[in-house]
Design a binder for this molecule. Structure first.
Ligand SMILES: Cc1cc2nc3c(=O)[nH]c(=O)nc-3n(C[C@H](O)[C@H](O)[C@H](O)COP(=O)(O)OP(=O)(O)OC[C@H]3O[C@@H](n4cnc5c(N)ncnc54)[C@H](O)[C@@H]3O)c2cc1C
Length: 259
């Protein structure tokens, strides 16, 4: 991992709140894993870089893509980055998802911008002929951005939204219960919502399903030095702290202490 100045191919608004960024990543496209992230310098100002998960990796074109929610100062500045300019990104950082060879069918549970993080995993699953079933949750149908892309990859997508009144935890629990009954799901992955992660953790523990979570904690340095992004891991009777940027952002969901 090191800083790279990558040329911006495109940076476009894809919905009311989300933008899509595509970079020429010739020096690094081959070495990035789904679940990893980059710390991006959003502006030539004296504020911290912002972390973003890899959304798509195109190893033929040697490009990488990010999907980002415009939230505050950093992401507002990022929308101003224009094609042809160079963006300074640091990474790839952290540990990515593990997709075991023996898994034939996996479940993805994503909320909001967590869909961006799991999309890269769906891409890898498709390349390895692993069947993916995805439950995508968002405020509105407009925010369910990657549905078509996932469907093109062959992912079986279930959408739940506040707008349609289908996204409350009880409804999602019922949906997952049915999916677990109807399919031989061998592992589950989640990102984007503590509420849904807690639900999946409870269900995964009940049926002894291996599960992984990509955590999004507020970060400072993203290099393991500042300890701004610690979370707790519980193994047997021992609870210890780990850094999301260094030991994560992907963890065993069955061991993470979700507060
Ligand atoms: C590993 C990781 C991967 C991420 N991947 C994505 C992604 O693919 N797409 C996306 O839209 N967002 C992603 N996020 C969240 C993204 O980093 C924040 O939305 C972004 O930093 C907000 O910056 P801002 O200046 O626009 O907002 P502000 O709210 O002004 O940010 C203020 C401070 O809070 C921090 N911060 C705010 N929200 C978050 C958050 N949710 N997580 C961590 N730090 C936060 C910022 O780094 C900054 O230091 C990810 C976060 C992490 C930790």
């Amino acid at each position: 991992m090191k800083p790279y100045d990558l040329k911006i191919i495109s940076n476009v608004r894809v919905s009311e709140r989300y933008w899509h960024l595509k970079l020429d990543a010739r020096p690094i496209a081959d070495s990035i894993r789904p679940g990893q992230f980059f710390n991006i310098k959003c502006a030539d100002l004296a504020f911290l870089r912002r972390p973003f998960s890899i959304y798509r990796i195109n190893k033929e074109e040697k490009t990488i893509e990010f999907l980002y929610l415009v939230k505050g100062n950093g992401t507002v500045h990022l929308t101003e980055a224009a094609p042809g300019e160079y963006l300074n990104i640091f990474g790839p950082l952290g540990n990515g998802f593990e997709l075991k060879k023996e898994w034939n069918t996996v479940l993805l549970l994503a909320r909001g911008v967590g869909i961006a993080t799991l999309a890269a995993l769906a891409q890898e699953a498709a390349a390895n002929q692993v069947t993916c079933i995805a439950v995508l949750s968002a405020r509105t149908n407009n925010d369910l951005l990657s549905t078509e892309m996932l469907e093109r990859l062959g992912v079986e997508v279930y959408k739940v939204t506040e707008e349609d009144g289908t996204s409350d935890v009880e409804a999602v629990e019922k949906l997952i219960e049915n999916l677990l009954k109807a399919n031989r799901i061998q592992a589950a992955f989640t990102c984007g919502s503590k509420r849904l992660s807690k639900l999946l953790q409870r269900m995964a523990k009940m049926v002894h399903l291996p599960a992984q979570i990509a955590l999004e904690e507020h970060m400072g340095c993203a290099m393991g030095v500042c300890y701004a992004c610690v979370c707790d891991i519980q193994e047997n009777d021992d609870t210890h702290s780990v850094r999301v940027c260094r030991e994560g952002p992907v963890f065993d969901l069955n061991k993470v202490v979700l507060k």
